[in-house]
Ligand binder design. Structure first.
Ligand SMILES: Nc1ncnc2c1ncn2[C@@H]1O[C@H](COP(=O)(O)OP(=O)(O)O)[C@@H](O)[C@H]1O
Ligand SMILES: [Mg+2]
Length: 188
Protein backbone atom coordinates (compact mmCIF):
# COMPACT_ATOMS: atom_id res chain seq x y z
CA UNK A 1 0.00 0.00 0.00
CA UNK A 2 1.21 3.41 -0.92
CA UNK A 3 0.18 5.70 1.85
CA UNK A 4 -0.37 4.99 5.51
CA UNK A 5 -1.30 8.51 6.52
CA UNK A 6 -4.96 9.42 6.33
CA UNK A 7 -4.34 13.19 6.41
CA UNK A 8 -5.60 14.77 3.20
CA UNK A 9 -3.21 17.04 1.38
CA UNK A 10 -3.86 20.77 1.42
CA UNK A 11 -5.33 22.53 -1.58
CA UNK A 12 -2.33 23.68 -3.59
CA UNK A 13 -1.69 26.83 -5.58
CA UNK A 14 0.70 26.16 -8.45
CA UNK A 15 0.27 27.73 -11.83
CA UNK A 16 2.94 25.41 -13.24
CA UNK A 17 1.48 22.16 -12.00
CA UNK A 18 1.54 19.45 -14.69
CA UNK A 19 -2.16 18.99 -13.92
CA UNK A 20 -2.80 22.16 -15.98
CA UNK A 21 -1.44 20.49 -19.12
CA UNK A 22 -4.51 20.24 -21.38
CA UNK A 23 -2.90 18.11 -24.08
CA UNK A 24 -5.31 15.48 -25.37
CA UNK A 25 -8.15 16.53 -23.07
CA UNK A 26 -11.75 16.99 -24.18
CA UNK A 27 -13.33 20.40 -23.65
CA UNK A 28 -16.80 21.84 -23.00
CA UNK A 29 -18.09 25.15 -21.76
CA UNK A 30 -21.36 25.94 -20.03
CA UNK A 31 -23.33 28.99 -18.90
CA UNK A 32 -23.50 29.45 -15.12
CA UNK A 33 -26.98 28.02 -14.74
CA UNK A 34 -27.24 26.37 -11.34
CA UNK A 35 -30.27 24.26 -12.33
CA UNK A 36 -28.38 22.55 -15.13
CA UNK A 37 -25.31 21.47 -13.18
CA UNK A 38 -26.39 17.83 -12.91
CA UNK A 39 -26.99 17.72 -16.66
CA UNK A 40 -23.62 19.31 -17.47
CA UNK A 41 -21.94 16.86 -15.12
CA UNK A 42 -23.60 13.92 -16.89
CA UNK A 43 -22.44 15.20 -20.29
CA UNK A 44 -18.89 15.16 -18.98
CA UNK A 45 -19.04 11.88 -17.12
CA UNK A 46 -20.59 10.02 -20.04
CA UNK A 47 -17.20 10.05 -21.76
CA UNK A 48 -15.78 7.91 -18.95
CA UNK A 49 -15.33 4.20 -19.75
CA UNK A 50 -18.05 1.98 -18.23
CA UNK A 51 -15.54 0.03 -16.16
CA UNK A 52 -14.35 3.14 -14.31
CA UNK A 53 -14.45 2.72 -10.52
CA UNK A 54 -17.36 4.13 -8.51
CA UNK A 55 -18.75 6.31 -11.24
CA UNK A 56 -21.46 7.80 -8.99
CA UNK A 57 -18.87 9.03 -6.57
CA UNK A 58 -16.89 10.52 -9.46
CA UNK A 59 -20.02 12.23 -10.74
CA UNK A 60 -20.78 13.65 -7.33
CA UNK A 61 -17.26 14.99 -6.92
CA UNK A 62 -17.33 16.63 -10.34
CA UNK A 63 -20.71 18.25 -9.77
CA UNK A 64 -19.49 19.84 -6.50
CA UNK A 65 -16.58 21.48 -8.31
CA UNK A 66 -18.86 22.76 -11.08
CA UNK A 67 -21.29 24.07 -8.43
CA UNK A 68 -18.47 26.01 -6.81
CA UNK A 69 -17.42 27.47 -10.16
CA UNK A 70 -21.01 28.51 -10.96
CA UNK A 71 -21.86 29.83 -7.53
CA UNK A 72 -18.72 31.10 -5.79
CA UNK A 73 -16.83 31.89 -8.98
CA UNK A 74 -19.41 33.21 -11.44
CA UNK A 75 -22.06 34.18 -8.85
CA UNK A 76 -24.67 32.39 -10.99
CA UNK A 77 -24.33 35.01 -13.72
CA UNK A 78 -25.46 33.07 -16.82
CA UNK A 79 -23.38 35.36 -19.03
CA UNK A 80 -20.28 33.93 -17.38
CA UNK A 81 -18.94 30.61 -18.57
CA UNK A 82 -17.56 27.59 -16.80
CA UNK A 83 -14.88 25.91 -18.94
CA UNK A 84 -14.08 22.30 -18.35
CA UNK A 85 -11.32 20.09 -19.73
CA UNK A 86 -11.51 16.40 -18.95
CA UNK A 87 -9.98 13.05 -19.63
CA UNK A 88 -10.97 9.65 -18.26
CA UNK A 89 -9.71 6.09 -18.50
CA UNK A 90 -10.17 3.03 -16.31
CA UNK A 91 -6.96 4.19 -14.62
CA UNK A 92 -7.57 7.88 -14.09
CA UNK A 93 -9.88 10.89 -14.01
CA UNK A 94 -8.34 14.29 -14.78
CA UNK A 95 -10.31 17.55 -14.80
CA UNK A 96 -9.67 21.25 -15.11
CA UNK A 97 -12.53 23.58 -14.19
CA UNK A 98 -12.21 27.31 -14.88
CA UNK A 99 -14.63 30.08 -13.95
CA UNK A 100 -14.69 33.83 -14.61
CA UNK A 101 -14.72 34.85 -10.96
CA UNK A 102 -12.19 36.68 -8.84
CA UNK A 103 -10.77 33.48 -7.38
CA UNK A 104 -10.76 31.53 -4.11
CA UNK A 105 -9.19 34.26 -1.95
CA UNK A 106 -9.46 32.49 1.39
CA UNK A 107 -7.76 29.34 0.23
CA UNK A 108 -5.07 29.51 2.96
CA UNK A 109 -7.75 30.05 5.60
CA UNK A 110 -9.55 27.01 4.25
CA UNK A 111 -6.36 24.91 4.45
CA UNK A 112 -5.81 26.02 8.06
CA UNK A 113 -9.38 25.20 8.90
CA UNK A 114 -9.15 21.74 7.34
CA UNK A 115 -5.87 21.01 9.13
CA UNK A 116 -7.41 21.82 12.50
CA UNK A 117 -10.49 19.83 11.66
CA UNK A 118 -8.35 16.84 10.70
CA UNK A 119 -6.38 17.03 13.98
CA UNK A 120 -9.57 17.06 16.01
CA UNK A 121 -10.86 14.06 14.05
CA UNK A 122 -7.65 12.14 14.67
CA UNK A 123 -7.67 13.08 18.35
CA UNK A 124 -11.36 12.13 18.52
CA UNK A 125 -12.06 15.47 20.15
CA UNK A 126 -15.72 15.50 19.19
CA UNK A 127 -16.66 18.42 21.39
CA UNK A 128 -14.21 20.81 19.74
CA UNK A 129 -15.06 19.25 16.37
CA UNK A 130 -18.56 20.72 16.61
CA UNK A 131 -17.07 24.06 15.52
CA UNK A 132 -15.39 22.44 12.51
CA UNK A 133 -18.29 20.64 10.89
CA UNK A 134 -18.43 23.05 7.99
CA UNK A 135 -16.36 25.87 6.57
CA UNK A 136 -18.24 29.16 6.39
CA UNK A 137 -16.54 31.60 4.08
CA UNK A 138 -17.28 35.34 4.28
CA UNK A 139 -19.87 35.07 1.46
CA UNK A 140 -21.44 31.77 2.53
CA UNK A 141 -25.24 31.59 2.63
CA UNK A 142 -27.70 29.05 4.07
CA UNK A 143 -27.46 26.89 0.94
CA UNK A 144 -23.72 26.37 1.32
CA UNK A 145 -23.04 23.15 3.16
CA UNK A 146 -19.41 24.20 3.49
CA UNK A 147 -18.08 20.65 3.34
CA UNK A 148 -17.67 19.59 -0.31
CA UNK A 149 -13.98 20.45 -0.50
CA UNK A 150 -13.11 18.35 2.59
CA UNK A 151 -14.11 15.31 0.56
CA UNK A 152 -12.59 16.72 -2.65
CA UNK A 153 -9.01 16.88 -1.32
CA UNK A 154 -9.38 13.30 -0.15
CA UNK A 155 -10.95 12.02 -3.36
CA UNK A 156 -8.58 13.79 -5.79
CA UNK A 157 -5.55 12.11 -4.27
CA UNK A 158 -3.39 12.75 -7.35
CA UNK A 159 -3.63 16.50 -6.65
CA UNK A 160 -6.12 19.34 -6.26
CA UNK A 161 -4.48 22.56 -7.38
CA UNK A 162 -5.52 26.12 -8.21
CA UNK A 163 -3.81 28.51 -10.62
CA UNK A 164 -2.38 31.77 -9.23
CA UNK A 165 -5.59 33.70 -9.91
CA UNK A 166 -7.44 30.88 -8.08
CA UNK A 167 -10.30 30.80 -10.56
CA UNK A 168 -9.18 27.56 -12.19
CA UNK A 169 -8.70 24.25 -10.44
CA UNK A 170 -7.10 21.06 -11.78
CA UNK A 171 -7.55 17.67 -10.19
CA UNK A 172 -6.44 14.08 -10.64
CA UNK A 173 -7.68 10.76 -9.37
CA UNK A 174 -5.90 7.50 -10.15
CA UNK A 175 -7.88 4.30 -9.86
CA UNK A 176 -6.11 1.27 -8.39
CA UNK A 177 -5.61 -1.43 -11.02
CA UNK A 178 -6.00 -5.13 -10.46
CA UNK A 179 -3.42 -7.12 -12.39
CA UNK A 180 -2.48 -10.79 -12.06
CA UNK A 181 -4.37 -10.99 -8.79
CA UNK A 182 -2.17 -8.38 -7.16
CA UNK A 183 -3.60 -4.98 -6.33
CA UNK A 184 -1.25 -2.31 -7.53
CA UNK A 185 -1.79 1.25 -6.48
CA UNK A 186 -0.14 3.80 -8.66
CA UNK A 187 1.74 6.75 -7.24
CA UNK A 188 -0.47 9.66 -6.32
N1 LIG B 1 -14.34 28.51 -7.83
C1 LIG B 1 -14.31 29.15 -6.65
N2 LIG B 1 -14.19 30.53 -6.59
C2 LIG B 1 -14.18 31.18 -5.42
N3 LIG B 1 -14.29 30.57 -4.21
C3 LIG B 1 -14.41 29.23 -4.18
C4 LIG B 1 -14.42 28.45 -5.38
N4 LIG B 1 -14.55 27.15 -5.03
C5 LIG B 1 -14.62 27.13 -3.69
N5 LIG B 1 -14.54 28.37 -3.15
C6 LIG B 1 -14.58 28.72 -1.70
O1 LIG B 1 -14.42 27.54 -0.95
C7 LIG B 1 -15.46 27.45 0.04
C8 LIG B 1 -15.72 26.00 0.38
O2 LIG B 1 -16.33 25.31 -0.71
P1 LIG B 1 -17.24 24.03 -0.42
O3 LIG B 1 -16.49 23.10 0.47
O4 LIG B 1 -17.70 23.52 -1.72
O5 LIG B 1 -18.44 24.61 0.44
P2 LIG B 1 -19.70 25.51 -0.04
O6 LIG B 1 -19.67 25.57 -1.53
O7 LIG B 1 -20.89 24.75 0.47
O8 LIG B 1 -19.50 26.85 0.62
C9 LIG B 1 -16.62 28.22 -0.57
O9 LIG B 1 -17.52 28.67 0.39
C10 LIG B 1 -15.89 29.36 -1.27
O10 LIG B 1 -15.58 30.37 -0.34
MG1 LIG C 1 -19.51 23.94 -2.71
Amino acid sequence: MRDNSTAPKPIQVDENSPLFDKTGMLHKEFPSDFRQIRYFTLLIVQSAPPDIKEINLLEQQISEIIKNAVKHGNKCNVEKKVRIWYSFSSEHAHLIVEDEGSGFKDLEKWNDFNKKRQKLLEGQDYEALADFVSYRGAAADENDGGNALFAAVEYWSGGFVFNSKRNCVAMLKRFPQKRKGVELESEA
